[in-house]
Design a protein around this ligand. Structure first.
Ligand code: AHM
Ligand code: MG
Length: 334
């Protein structure tokens, strides 16, 4: 493995392979730099005075943590002046964030969940940042919500930073998935994995099983069959893992396979699910597909869904391809 920096990786993707343009390269560099700053803030923990509640609610009515707010500000501030973006949208903001008029505008839209896994911040468990990049639609000089409503298959770049024992950055430019590890002394992301591949079969699943009684019938049946193990219809034992930070759960799947599920639940039917389509499900689905896995809402491919709203939520099933297909078959049989 060539231990090259993210900067060099991106230069090669631009110069030799022509896969990205200079603006997209700058965009990814800036997001990665913002993630480094978030990583430093998280690493200080209590000593940095960043733990605990911010005392406000976000657009989804969820209590914001200080780090949710800080990570959002870091990403906005880092990305607003470079000239590569036309607008941004975030889990933490009701409306899209326009690029201030004193700065030039570019051809891309950036969406993010600045700090995913908020319930894990105060207990020193891994959290992450998820991001997705779309093209600014032709003629959209001041992009509004409608300009962000593009199917996941339109994404040009997606990635996440995982703030765990090490900080890692998974990135897809639509041609496989590369992994970078933050070298804290150098202050640079270094390439540590290329062409990541999710094994098609698995014996590991991730779901918040405490919600089982609220799920729809096919998901209840599927998990019952997993729990029945060797003696059940699946004929093998399954292991369960649930970090409750989607980034960490997806990263485990990218590393060794598995399925991750956040299904529809009777208490959140109105909302359509728990996870957000545009800045959680879509970027993760893009990454997982690029690693040979699959991502579905139980019925259709996530990347094919036409979004209706910026903060739309959907059920999510993603990971090892054959297992995702098995889950879709349970839904079809219903
Ligand atoms: P968040 O964006 O507010 O942090 O919520 C999303 C998180 C996911 O990271 C995780 O998979 C899920 O919510 C955990 O939910 P639960 O607390 O129900 O286990
Ligand atoms: Mg989230």
């Amino acid at each position: 493995m060539r231990r090259i920096s993210l900067s060099r990786y991106l230069i090669e993707e631009q110069r030799e392979k022509g896969r990205i343009d200079a603006d997209l390269r700058l965009l990814i560099e800036v997001v990665a730099r913002a993630c480094q700053r978030i990583s430093i803030a998280i690493g200080k923990g209590e000593l940095g005075g960043v733990l605990g509640e911010a005392g406000s609610d976000n657009v989804q009515g969820e209590a914001q943590k200080k780090l949710d707010v800080l990570a959002n500000e870091i990403l906005l501030e880092a990305n607003e002046w470079g000239g590569h973006l036309a607008a941004m949208a975030s889990e933490e903001m009701e409306e899209p964030y326009p690029i201030p008029s004193r700065f030039p505008k570019g051809g891309y839209l950036l969406l993010f969940d600045p700090l995913d896994g908020s319930s894990n911040i105060d207990v020193n468990i891994s959290v992450g940042t998820i991001f997705s990049v779309l093209r600014r639609p032709e003629g959209a000089t001041n992009p509004d919500e409608a300009d962000f409503l593009q199917a996941g298959s339109e994404q040009v770049v997606a990635g996440y930073a995982l703030y765990g024992p090490t900080t890692t950055l998974a990135l897809t430019l639509g041609n496989g998935v590369a992994l970078f590890t933050l070298d804290r002394e150098q202050g640079a992301f270094i390439l540590t994995g290329e062409n990541l591949t999710i094994p098609p079969d698995t014996r590991e699943f991730a779901i918040n099983v405490s919600n089982q009684r609220h799920w729809e019938a096919p998901m209840q049946r599927y998990v019952d069959d997993l729990l029945a193990g060797k003696e059940g219809p699946r004929g093998k034992d399954f292991n369960m893992r649930w970090v409750a930070s989607m980034v960490a759960d997806v990263h485990r799947i990218l590393t060794r396979g598995g399925v991750f599920m956040y299904p529809l639940d009777a208490r959140i039917t109105q909302q359509g699910g728990k996870l957000r389509l545009l800045y959680e499900a879509n970027p993760m689905a893009f990454i997982v597909e690029q690693a040979g896995g699959a991502a579905s809402d139980g019925h259709q491919r996530i990347l094919d869904i036409q979004p209706q709203r910026l903060h739309q939520r959907i059920p999510v099933v993603l990971g090892s391809k054959n297992e995702v297909e098995t889950i879709v078959a349970y839904h079809r049989a219903d």
